[in-house]
Design a protein around this ligand. Structure first.
Ligand SMILES: [Zn+2]
Length: 272
């Protein structure tokens, strides 16, 4: 069996900040963590429909999916990529030409100093991240931002390089295909801390910073997007570092119901 990380994110290395260091298999993964995949129950999902719901109902799920377009390969191109509640995963892709119009660099500490497009988030998410970091600081928690916005083209370069090195089958287990990375929305930010040497690894979830985030991210409109034990639903293993902005109402509901975004919007299963 392969022992690698299934990550939707770039895997940040401390120090040198090259694209070549992103989306590479992590060696630090524990296979036992995959056992948690069985824990996820089917409870408390507001909508249990498996695919895009019919559009006659005036519920949340249909409102957000009625503009989606089913592609020839059975995947979906999301119709409202600019929605703060957009659900992007391996079968719900962003349009190739989608670039958020309101990208800005949040005023938070990053673990690198140079300018880089990945410092960016969409405006509302950036302001919310600043408040989240302020609240963390007040509680004695030192968060550091690692990676936010990533363009379709940049994800494409990363993915194609990984295919050259690792082959497609292996690459698909840890690197998002272009259009399927939530980082293209400008609503996702990977955060880390000195305690894990600014890496993106699952042990971050057990640090003070990781635990604080799990408890408080929703208070500022963010969710931990890739929950522990939900790989079958989200398509990715547990990523305690990957924050997704959805707005405070939904983040609170998702947190209280302890579900994935897919389940919350009735879009499970997400994977192939
Ligand atoms: Zn991420």
């Amino acid at each position: 069996m392969l022992c690698i990380s299934l990550t939707a994110c770039s895997l940040a290395s401390s120090g040198n900040e090259q694209e070549s260091e992103e989306d590479v298999p992590a060696s630090s993964q524990k296979e036992s963590e995959q056992n948690d995949a069985d824990k996820e129950g089917q409870s408390s999902s507001p909508e249990e429909t498996e695919q895009t719901p019919a559009d006659e109902e005036k519920d949340t799920a249909s409102e957000k999916t009625e503009k989606d377009k089913v592609l020839d390969d059975g995947t979906v191109e999301v119709g409202e990529p600019e929605s703060l509640q957009v659900v992007v995963n391996k079968r719900r892709k962003l349009p190739e030409d989608y670039t958020p119009e309101d990208l800005t660099v949040p005023n938070v500490p990053f673990y690198f100093t140079e300018d880089h497009p990945k410092k960016q988030l969409r405006k509302e998410a950036a302001r919310a991240l600043e408040k989240l970091f302020d609240a963390a600081e007040q509680d004695g928690i030192d968060l550091v931002a690692a990676s936010g916005y990533r363009s379709y083209d940049r994800q494409k370069r990363i993915y194609e390089r990984n295919v050259e090195v690792y082959g497609k089958e292996e690459t698909d287990t840890f690197s998002a295909q272009p259009g399927t990375s939530e980082h293209q929305t400008g609503l996702a930010m990977d955060v880390t801390s000195a305690q894990v040497a600014f890496k993106l690894e699952q042990s971050f979830g057990e640090t003070n910073e990781g635990e604080w985030l799990a408890d408080h991210a929703h208070e500022h409109g963010f969710i931990i997007r890739y929950r522990e034990g939900a790989k079958e639903i989200t398509g990715y293993m547990y990523e305690p570092w990957h924050l997704r902005y959805v707005g405070k109402d939904i983040s609170t509901d998702v947190h209280e119901q302890a579900v994935t975004l897919e389940e919350f919007f009735g879009l499970y299963p997400s994977d192939e």
